[in-house]
Design a protein around this ligand. Sequence first.
Ligand SMILES: NC(=O)c1ccc[n+]([C@@H]2O[C@H](COP(=O)([O-])OP(=O)(O)OC[C@H]3O[C@@H](n4cnc5c(N)ncnc54)[C@H](OP(=O)(O)O)[C@@H]3O)[C@@H](O)[C@H]2O)c1
Length: 291
Amino acid sequence: MAESKTESKGPVLGYFRGKSVIVTGASSGIGHDVALAFGEQGAKVALLARRRLQLEELAKKIDKAGGQALALDCDVTDRARMKWAVEQVIESFGAIDILVNSAGLLITDEIEKLKPEDLRRMMDVNLFGALNAMQAVLPAMRKAKNGNIVNISSLAGRRGMSPLGGYSATKFALVGLTEALRVELFNTGIKVSLVMPGVIDTPMAHDAMKRDAFKGMPSMMAMPARWVTWAVLAAAAFGLTEVDVPPGAAVAEKLASLFPGLTDALLSVGTRIMQGAGAFMSGGKSESKPK
Ligand SMILES: NC(=O)c1ccc[n+]([C@@H]2O[C@H](COP(=O)([O-])OP(=O)(O)OC[C@H]3O[C@@H](n4cnc5c(N)ncnc54)[C@H](OP(=O)(O)O)[C@@H]3O)[C@@H](O)[C@H]2O)c1
């Protein structure tokens, strides 16, 4: 993973001091960097994921950086465990101010070959995992009449792309869930935000780039995780409805949706060029190999 080497210079220094934050998917990539940044700003951060060792290492870093951390191994697809984790956070930190849903799973394949069980696995983590976390924290946030929920979807959650069709479907679903919740929580003091990243330099993207379908993609196209972290911090501090990484990318997608045929053609040509380059680099094989 490309951990950020820079000291945190978040956009709202001081604002998060003493706040209680839950980050799912904190053992790797974006969630790891987001949790570290909150910790560096003096927040109390609950770290949720399945790999306990990684969480404990991160907890030490956060404690050193001036924050307070609580490592909780928790599979987000397990509703009972999620409820337990939230109870632990309330017991330890006294409240829940911010939830960041970053836990995610990507399995690439063309729709014609996509295994239903792979789509279900992605739905379980990317959609139901976020639902479990939101439903677990909402009673406490409602009681406090305060809170921020930040859901990390994807630019693939506004426009279907190949070979990300199954993943896109889960991220579209998360966008729908988030927008509906925003309406339900209007004027309650609880703000719900979407962060929509493009390709980010994390193990998830590296793993995809090792597969033939993405082999033609230059790794320099991937943006640093800290860009997403800034988007998450800004979304949580100002209750923003949507932040794209890079900024404005979703607007381009919305414009593209006015010309769907042309967009399909451009994406199709782009995908073929990338797969051709991937096949060249892997000695002629161009078939996608999902996990
Ligand atoms: N990287 C990108 O290009 C990109 C672009 C757009 C959106 N995103 C989204 O950003 C989020 C973070 O992705 P990333 O790139 O940081 O990926 P990553 O490095 O692979 O990290 C994924 C995280 O999700 C956790 N996770 C997976 N399944 C889980 C489960 N069942 N229960 C609890 N935690 C689980 C993993 O922890 P354990 O394995 O320890 O459980 C890990 O901490 C995801 O929602 C992803 O879809 C990523």
